[in-house]
Design a protein around this ligand. Structure first.
Ligand SMILES: [Zn+2]
Length: 469
């Protein structure tokens, strides 16, 4: 080695190597960096960053802050440029029955009671099997991801198949196996329901995406014993309990007659209510009921499209929020009581339904309904430590919404734009648990064309089974 070569080696070791190592330590390696755009964090202070960034490692957010600061700190394997777009926590659909996409539009413009007993229960008995549930869930996953939904709560049959398809699509789900007092498409007796659900709860324990849950359908389809047995099973496995609550006048009247009290008071009396319960609808809830729901830390899910379509009534959302109840938003349906899974439509309608009901445009504002679709939706599902806002330590569930659309300009107020102007179809990119599941409107985890073709096939078979043509 000549003197010159030695000099180069010494120079390399003493100068370049430390510089290289310094650079390595200066930049923290992460998996995904979303840079630029307006980051609507929905954190405790409702921070909005005009030129923000989000750093993700594995399935978790490690930093949220100004773009220049994060770009100077993190190096990422994957980048998403969000310049000119909104970056939000993924929307939370707090109540639905995803496999029912295959019954979309089957029988509309009837009462809930007629829809359930004359149409949907018979249609389910003839058509629902595990394969049906898988295809319905795939179709729903495509629709929900397209609309920016990253977490949903579901109540149906063959929920283990819903869980498998939800996980395959890369979505997060609180998925409740239904208990109901008649032979269901999957389990014919309460004993079978208990055995199936216990296997289901055991199988998904600790899964990062799937929260297996127990779903006693309602007080009008479940005996006290079914309600209590299913809740006891849920509590044995620390699983959430999903239930339709005070969703129709008849349910309230029957409960007053049979139990001498409202549905909420009855559920409380039999020990069902607690901080693990998610109550869908909560329409017929008076002041005492609201106090009970708040005290028992029950999460409630408001479904404005469904309530309007079936004319069930109007949930006192503002009063529930004022009483300290966590209120999320749901699509319900997607058959008979809504017919789509577009949560942005629910954001819009939740505000407008409250306004028209009270004849007061201040009844529920844009910011409140965006909260209901994100952080309050997470609180309603008891998942606020996991999702609902863009903050370090939470799961990396985020969406990019285009602002380069005729309906998106000009923008004076972000929450008003989200609530009243932007549409589900403006969602461009969706990340769930750090995984990009839709990029520039292209689904990456699902075969949408195949799911749609299957849906058209199912329509023919279902119509034939009911003697329709
Ligand atoms: Zn429902």
């Amino acid at each position: 080695m000549t003197f010159c070569q030695t000099f180069v080696v010494v120079l390399t070791v003493h100068f370049f190597l430390p510089t290289f190592l310094l650079a390595q330590t200066m930049y923290r390696q992460v998996d995904l960096l979303v840079t630029g755009g307006t980051v609507v964090t929905m954190d405790g202070s409702r921070t909005i960053l005009d030129d923000g960034a989000v750093a993700v490692k594995g399935d978790t957010i490690v930093a949220v802050g100004p773009r220049p600061e994060l770009e100077g700190k993190y190096a990422a394997a994957q980048m998403i440029d969000a310049t000119g777009k909104l970056v939000l926590p993924g929307f939370i659909n707090g109540h639905t029955h995803v496999a029912m996409t295959l019954f979309r539009g089957l029988h509309d413009d009837v009462t809930l009671n007629d829809w359930l007993y004359k149409y949907i229960f018979p249609a389910e008995a003839k058509n629902v099997n595990e394969e049906f549930v898988r295809w319905g869930t795939r179709l729903a996953a495509a629709e929900q991801i397209r609309g920016g939904v990253t977490t949903f709560a579901d109540m149906y049959y063959f929920e283990d198949a819903v869980a498998e398809e939800t996980k395959a699509a890369g979505m997060r789900g609180v998925l409740g196996e239904t208990f109901i007092d008649f032979p269901a498409p999957d389990n014919k007796t309460e004993a079978e329901m208990l055995a199936y659900t216990e296997r289901f709860l055991k199988k998904w324990q600790g899964d990062p995406l799937i929260h297996a849950a127990v779903a006693p359908h309602s007080i009008y389809t479940c005996s006290r014993k079914t309600l209590q047995d299913s809740a006891a099973l849920a509590r044995k496995y620390h699983a959430p309990i999903l239930i339709h609550t005070a969703e129709m006048k008849k349910e309230w009247e029957d409960s007053r007659k049979q139990n001498g009290m409202s549905p909420v008071q009855y559920l409380d009396k039999i020990g069902l209510l607690g901080p693990d319960v998610v109550s869908a609808h909560c329409i017929f809830v008076d002041e005492a009921d609201r106090k009970t729901l708040a005290q028992k830390q029950v999460g409630c899910v408001h479904n404005p499209s469904s309530n309007m379509m079936i004319a069930s009534g109007v949930s006192p959302v503002a009063e529930m929020r004022a009483a300290g109840v966590a209120v999320g938003l749901g699509t319900d349906g997607p058959a008979g009581s809504n017919n789509d899974l577009d949560l942005m439509e629910e954001i819009d309608l939740a505000a407008k339904l409250a306004k028209i009901t009270k004849m007061d445009p201040l009844a529920l504002n844009a910011k409140a309904v965006v909260e209901m679709a994100t952080i309050d939706g997470a609180r309603a599902l008891h998942m606020e430590k996991e999702v609902g806002s863009l903050e370090p330590g939470k799961k990396a569930d985020l969406i990019l919404i285009s602002l380069d659309e005729p309906n998106a300009v000009p923008m004076y107020d972000i929450y008003a734009q989200l609530a009243y102007a932007l549409k589900g179809s403006d969602v461009e990119t969706v990340v769930i648990g750090g995984r990009i599941v839709m990029r520039d409107r292209k689904l990456l985890t699902l075969n949408q064309a195949e799911a749609m073709a299957k849906a058209r096939q199912y329509k023919k078979a279902i119509a034939a089974s009911l003697g329709m043509q």
